[in-house]
Design a protein around this ligand. Structure first.
Ligand SMILES: [Zn+2]
Length: 409
């Protein structure tokens, strides 16, 4: 039933007992992380707090790259296994919507509540203590494990991984994302892109609109055509349907007493299997009212907290790893060895750093994380404490399982 190595199977009870014994330390560490409101480009304090915990539990090497991504290393073997937890968090929105302090890490009924508890500092709490379990139980093997605290994910997922894999000189064999999966193994999700469509007209005084050419009127039929396009987009049995939605409309007018000279819409496009940047742009350009319009893919150009600017086009490709891929099978094997039953294998609804690691860079990627995706970014955000323990077990058992499977396969 399991393809986990003998060492993992023999140690399963000790892995479980040790993870359980670290429960309170993981909860304490997580509450410290929740108390740091680090939005994208402001991750420095949370990165420093994670570094201290890595030092405390005995990682072999800890460094930050020029972008500010934290790289904690365990072991020094042939297979390069990278496990990621992004360090930034979204804001709290309207504070009045919260029934408790989002930065307190309230502990109640077996959960830690608060902003970023599930998305995704819970994953980091489990990862750091998995490093400790690996060291204590001698679960090292012919692999190098990097625990990565990445930056920028909430504003531009994938960017940190584009940088790590292109610029840091690390040749990863696989990436494990620790975004919330409710302890399931996830093997992909839809992609997305951010598109703007601009239609130009001719501005004039609004008291005599006939002198101009109002681009808002020309945009109206295009908005309807986008709505209709959404209904025709392709479906996929695993990933679900591609979607498109107008999420903003604005005009450039010298005054509210002037016909504007330009009108723009913002399009949120979710891409399912088989849909690409080229196909998505071509569909918009082919809309009857888009003739003469300019279709633009936006860029992300915000410096990281270290001041590094690494621009990226806001195209986040769809990625799916086939179910029988050795990486998925190693994750299934590690889980089954620990729990006596196979995990559920599924996908995310939201987008993750996998768009960078696998979508753009082609490194096989999976996900396994504590907490539920559904509460991310909401005022009900929380993570079950039991999940922190279960995820730490998995993260401790996975690297050796993967390295053994790849070596023998
Ligand atoms: Zn996240």
């Amino acid at each position: 039933m399991t393809n986990a190595p003998e060492t993992v199977i023999r140690n399963r009870d000790r892995i479980a007992a040790l993870a359980q014994s670290y429960e309170q330390e993981m909860v304490g560490f997580l509450r410290d992380l929740v108390a740091i409101p680090a939005e994208s480009s402001h991750e420095k304090p949370v990165v420093e707090r994670i570094r201290r915990e890595m030092e405390k539990v005995g990682f072999d090497e800890i460094r930050t790259d020029p972008m500010g991504n934290l790289l904690g290393r365990v072991g020094f073997g042939k297979r390069i296994i990278m496990m990621d937890s992004h360090t930034d968090a979204v804001g709290v929105g309207d504070p009045k919507e919260w029934a408790w302090d989002p930065y307190k890490g309230k502990v109640e009924d077996g959960f830690v509540y608060g902003r970023a508890a599930s998305d995704q500092r819970g994953g980091m709490a489990s990862l750091v203590y998995a490093g400790k379990i690996i060291k204590k139980l001698g679960l090292e093997g012919d692999y190098t494990l990097y625990v990565v605290g990445s930056v920028h994910e909430e504003d531009c997922e994938g960017l940190a991984w584009l940088y790590i894999l292109k610029e840091d000189g690390i040749h990863a064999d696989c990436v494990v994302l620790t975004e919330p999966t409710n302890l399931q193994v996830h093997r992909g999700h839809r992609g997305r892109m951010e598109i703007e469509v601009h239609i130009r007209g001719r501005s004039c005084h609004a008291s005599a609109p006939d002198r101009g050419d109002n681009p808002i009127y020309k945009m109206m039929p295009l908005v309807r055509e986008v709505e209709a396009l959404n209904l025709r987009l392709r479906d996929d049995s695993f990933l679900g349907k591609g979607t498109i939605a107008v999420t903003d409309i604005r005009s450039m007018s010298p005054s509210l007493c002037a016909v504007p000279g330009a009108c723009s819409i913002h399009l949120d496009r979710r891409l399912t299997a088989g849909e690409t940047k080229q196909s998505a742009v071509a569909e918009v350009k082919a809309l009857p009212s888009a003739r003469g319009a300019e279709v633009e893919i936006l860029n992300y150009e915000v410096p990281s907290y270290t001041g590094l600017l690494y621009p990226m086009e806001k195209y986040f490709p769809t990625w799916v790893l086939e179910e029988n891929h050795p990486l998925v099978q190693a994750a299934v094997g590690a889980y089954a060895a620990l729990n006596g039953k196979p995990p559920v294998v599924d996908k995310w609804t939201f987008s993750t750093n996998g768009v960078g690691s696998m979508g753009l860079m082609g490194v096989p990627t999976i996900g396994f994380g504590p907490g539920e995706e559904e509460v991310a970014h909401s005022v009900m955000e929380r993570v079950p404490i039991r999940h922190l323990v279960e995820a730490a077990k998995f993260y401790a058992a996975f690297p050796l399982t993967y390295a053994s499977a790849v070596a023998s396969g």
